[in-house]
Design a protein around this ligand. Structure first.
Ligand code: ATP
Ligand code: MG
Length: 379
């Protein structure tokens, strides 16, 4: 039998991070639940773990609020255990800079650091993956796929650069009434090469997700037929290199004037989208909040499976406030599914409805105004 390695965050320490002055916790390798009222510091703990993994907060644009008010520096430390080896990770924050260390040695390149601790996070904002603009979905694909493949992010960055050049050139053609299309076709050739690879990457990633998501969703909700439909803005049937190349070339040709007058590239993977479907119905249009939440959580759980296949290791699952809008039965099914083999950190305002058998196996922490105490369950 093939044995997967489980990555475990065994300890976490915070100094002057958000509303925590000083905190040291030992985590369980199974389910950890942080319980408390609003604004006590539950999300701050998840945020610190996400930061320790990826060096950035999952909350956008708020990096300068990470240090506790009135303090000058902050520190997050953690110990990761993988395959019997322990690694000490550390992030030091000052108002001006951020330092990352592995086993007390500074690491200069972030890319060399971020493989030390892999995390997958679910936050209430992730509901936008179904409800929000296509850009949010493309962003999610980019983040998840770049954790899995360095190649993807490199090609994606190249594509974005060439796209920018092409758009600038289109605008210049409009302003200066240029008709020389030689430079444009050189850019197009380069763009199409990358576009082909991005389409292929995304299609195969979503295909792999689809092999898992329906089963996981059915396991938790009893509903079958959850799938993700990839919606590239080309009419692709076979996704062969030739088909994509042919379609893009003809779209560029037939929309030349439109693209020049709008100064923008109208076709390509930067306009991709995908949708969640339950049977034949688009979930964006007809599903309840709870169903959408569960579909997105199952999307993340499918990613964990893919992560496991590609890296032989489980990432840590961070679930922020997942229980609202989910009924008792599904909560417990979800916890049962997770309990199998993923280290999970959950925040919630209450434990009601969670089965005793699950609580007994979990480590429970009460969070109150920047203080955390481990709860001893009275059995
Ligand atoms: N830099 C900071 N210094 C001090 N306190 C801060 C800082 N940043 C945030 N806080 C405080 O942290 C608290 C919010 O913590 P957090 O977002 O973790 O709450 P929560 O327990 O997840 O609440 P909810 O249940 O509403 O999601 C707020 O009271 C906020 O004022
Ligand atoms: Mg919160």
């Amino acid at each position: 039998m093939f044995l997967y390695l489980k990555m475990i965050l065994t300890k976490i320490g915070l100094i002057n991070f958000r509303n925590y002055k000083k905190l040291h916790l030992k985590l369980s390798s199974g389910i950890n639940i942080f319980v408390g009222n609003n604004a006590q510091g539950k999300t701050n703990i998840l945020e610190s773990i996400y930061l320790l993994a990826l060096t950035k907060s999952h909350r956008f644009g708020i990096e300068n609020t990470l240090i506790k008010i009135g303090e000058e520096t902050a520190k997050i430390t953690g110990t990761v255990k993988e395959n019997k080896i322990f690694r000490d990770l550390e992030i030091q924050l000052t108002k001006q800079q951020k330092k990352v260390l592995v086993n007390h040695t500074e690491i200069r390149r972030i890319a060399d650091y971020i493989t030390n601790l892999n995390v997958i996070i679910f936050t209430p904002d992730d509901l936008d993956i179904i409800k929000g603009a296509p850009q949010i979905r493309r962003n999610i694909l980019n983040i998840e796929m770049s954790q899995l493949s360095r190649n993807y992010i490199q090609i994606y960055n190249e594509y974005s650069k060439i796209l920018k050049n092409r758009n600038e050139y289109l605008r210049m053609m409009y302003i200066n009434h240029l008709s020389d299309e030689n430079y444009l076709s050189i850019l197009e050739e380069k763009l199409i090469e990358r576009a082909i690879q991005i389409y292929q990457f995304r299609r195969s990633f979503l295909e792999r997700i689809n092999k898992k998501i329906g089963i996981i969703f059915e396991n938790i909700t009893g509903l079958s037929d959850l799938s993700i439909h990839y919606e590239p803005n080309l009419d692709l049937k076979n996704y062969t290199d030739e088909e994509i190349r042919f379609q893009l070339i003809s779209k560029f040709k037939s929309n030349r004037d439109r693209e020049i007058s709008q100064g923008t590239t109208l076709y390509g993977p930067h306009r991709d989208d995908f949708s969640f479907y339950l049977g034949d119905e688009n979930m964006r249009l007809f599903s309840s909040q709870g169903q959408q939440r569960l579909a997105i959580i199952c999307f993340k759980l499918s990613e964990i499976e893919i992560f496991k296949e590609d890296t032989n290791s489980f990432p840590i699952l961070l679930l922020d406030d997942i229980f609202s809008e989910i009924d008792r039965k599904k909560k417990n099914k979800l916890l049962k599914y997770i309990e199998r083999d993923i280290q999970t950190i959950i925040t919630t305002t209450d434990l009601k409805d969670i089965k005793k058998s699950i609580l007994e196996d979990a480590k429970i922490f009460d969070v109150c105004d920047g203080n955390v105490t481990e709860r001893k369950m009275e059995l």
